[in-house]
Ligand binder design. Structure first.
Ligand SMILES: [Zn+2]
Length: 279
């Protein structure tokens, strides 16, 4: 009897905390991403395109093709789920960064999802990274990263906060997901299969759907429920400059701050996870 009482008490307390957490989150996010019940627009940004192949010079697989394929798959999945979907590009064309941001910022009650694949000279480098910049974007980044790393046979390189142009200039929650290294033989082989790209798209879509289920990082009274997605710890790279790391070409993701030199040694991006932490 006593045990039943405690179980009920805990359930009620848990429910209350969950409701409070959700309502405070809803209030914080309502200006940009709306409530759970209102349909949102998902602006999908396939990285690169046209003359901009993405990746590093000499890279065999064109990043722009992979990003577009995943983006189109994501569009189909989200459309079928009732989302309004807008593409910054749906063919092999070049769209300037400012154009991509302008498209994103012309929608309210929307989120912005950029699809990229990674590249570096060191073929051993591998793994999934998810970037965000604004605080409002962390739940979306957490959810997408949680799902994508859940299926990808790749290392988890963590959620990272960084001032890439497309993240910094967007007024809506914005996330950039690096779906693995096309310069890594294993990850490249996966990326080249349609079934894997479909899986990536499905998991990104799951992240979009689940963004509101991310447990709040505020306070210590979080209650994990079966549906809740853990808020991901993140590596703050807002002080990282547009680096010279491994000669990778990343014009699409200009960093917020510019310094004359990078303190980061070449090849250091290959280091995974928390060891990449800066400053
Ligand atoms: Zn890219």
């Amino acid at each position: 009897m006593r045990r039943t009482f405690f179980r009920i008490a805990f359930s009620v307390a848990g429910l209350l905390i969950t409701v409070l957490a959700c309502s405070s989150y809803g209030a914080k996010r309502s200006s940009t991403s709306g409530t759970d019940s209102s349909p949102i627009t998902v602006v999908i940004d396939a990285g690169h395109g046209g003359h901009d192949r993405g990746g590093i010079p000499g890279q065999r697989i064109a990043e722009k093709d992979m990003t577009l394929d995943v983006a189109l798959r994501l569009r189909n999945i989200l459309s079928a789920s009732g989302y309004r979907v807008v593409m910054t590009r749906s063919t092999d064309v070049f769209v300037p960064l400012a154009g991509r941001v302008a498209i994103a910022n012309s929608y309210q009650n929307a989120v912005f999802v950029c699809i990229h694949f990674n590249a570096t000279k060191r073929s051993g480098a591998s793994g999934i990274e998810t970037y965000f910049y604004s605080r409002d974007s962390l739940p979306l980044a957490s959810a997408i990263h949680y799902y994508v790393t859940g299926v990808a046979p790749s290392a988890n390189r963590g959620v990272r906060r960084r001032g890439y142009y497309v993240l910094r200039k967007t007024a809506i929650p914005a996330v950039l997901v690096e779906c693995g290294f096309l310069t890594n033989p294993t990850e490249a082989a996966y990326a080249q299969t349609a079934s894997y790209r479909q899986k990536l798209a499905e998991e990104i879509a799951a992240g979009v759907r689940g963004r509101s289920s991310v447990s709040s990082g505020f306070g210590t009274t979080r209650v994990a429920t079966a549906e809740s997605i853990p808020l991901q710890p993140y590596i703050d790279q807002t002080r990282v400059t547009k680096s010279k790391k491994s000669g990778s070409k990343r014009s699409h993701k200009k960093s917020a701050r510019k310094k004359k030199t990078s303190s980061k040694p070449p090849g250091s991006e290959a280091r995974a996870g928390a060891s990449d932490r800066e400053g």
